[in-house]
Design a protein around this ligand. Sequence first.
Ligand code: HEM
Length: 514
Amino acid sequence: AKWPNHERDEPENFVYEGRREHPGGFIKDFYGLLANCVPDANAGGSSIAAQWVRFAYHDMSTHNIDEGIGGLDGSIRYELDRDENIGLNFTLRSFVGHANRYLSFPDIIAVGVIGAIATCGGPLIPFRSGRAFSGQAGPFGVPAPDQDLADHLEIFRRQGFNQEEMIGLVACGHTLGGVRNRDFPYLVPPNPDPSVPNIQNFAPTPKFDNGIAKEYLAQTTNDVLVIGVNETTRSDLRIFSSDGNEMMEVLAHDGTFSNTCRHLLERMINTVPSGVALSDVVELLPVKVGPTFLGIADGLANAYDRLTLRTDIRLLDPNPNRIVTLYWSDCFGGDTIYAAQPYNISDASSAITKALGHSPVRYWFAAPVDIPASVSKFWFSVDEGNGEPPTICDNDGEGHVIKQDEVLLAPTLSWVDSESSNTTQIVIGVKGDSTSSQIYGKAHDPEGDNGSALEIDISFTLDESIQSVGGYSFYRSSTISSLSFSFDISTVVDGRTYTEEFLRSFFITKSSDS
Ligand code: HEM
């Protein structure tokens, strides 16, 4: 697997780790929000996992198979004021702020389903990326409990599911969570203590299992959409019994439930408008080199007057005897090889990697690099400490090439203000005698414009208050009204353009007041 490949690496990272740590202490922990599937007071007594699965189903509900429109497209972001989406406003927050140039908002919702099901002990659903974000509301079309069977059959047909699949999908969904008094007061009574929210769960446990089917067949279910006092709103009963309970019998077998749900939920998250092509299944990479950049005036490696090569390598399983070394060669092309050891080792496992039997480990490097020597390429050696020769991870022989050092990010001179103004300023070091007009940047905020992607031009001016080092002068950006974005910075030297691509705002290690 060649490095870098952002289209491959970004989705891989998000689905397998659901988390990204950065020097500076910044951690985006998406799966952490699931709180291990434990029922949550904030979720009114059901689980975050249940809310995420319902959210995804409601987003997908706009699909119209006849016209090839709608589906898992993020349109729900603009549909939350509809009655059919009652109770999902709070859930939206979980999905905001994770998208980037290579991973869309609806991709995040899809990963949410995968993470929710795995975290609650269910099957591992394969992930494909590439969903397009609609950026606007879609048609109405979420089923309601008081519609009759014919309506439900038609709604699911329009969404692409036949009767058997409808029964399955509803059972796979309603193994999690339940019905709230707050959202459906006509279905569930309030708690005797009005300060405690009341929820009536569909299934006996918060886990993803076939208790929903077993209890239904044994007629011991507590699913209010089966046993509710009002016959009109017993939609689960009408749906589950619509084929003489055949499908529910199948789902009540241990083993079938998990497999059937894996397929149906995979189809649910892969339901997209006809023009959208999803990627191949995103596989867990055995060796992965993380986001890498050469920083300047970077405090991390105690290297204000040098460059800092920041990178990391993720390996599939832990080994306490392992020694991982970063090597690099300089720009002079001689035989000099430099080496550094990791400054940190962190756990990169998740419910998803564990379901595959792996607990990946990440080795973090911040290597001080002399300015004139710089870096042409780097690679790693992995010595497992078992007497075998070390493995060399050198990008299939090419090494991991650092393309340029004419324009570099200064992560500790830049700042983010997430406390009050939600703005960012970027400071970059530029070699040689470019002028401000030849130095520019472009930021991509995937959700900047009311949820839709925003492209922002960044201009830079020379900051003479920062002393130049090793031939680099420092340029400060205009204030950027965003916290979560990626950016490219460029400089033109002798007619040639040098660009540092896909830097992330979370590489910046300084908040405005520190
Ligand atoms: C005729 C079809 C369906 C009807 C009428 C229906 C109705 C409902 C209702 C009334 C609730 C309670 C929501 C609340 O109190 O906020 C609910 C919850 C839920 N539904 Fe459905 N549903 C249907 C199909 C599905 C499908 C196909 C899925 C997913 C595959 C699904 C997943 C869920 C989940 C996970 C919850 C629990 C949410 C939580 O506890 O926060 N539902 N459903």
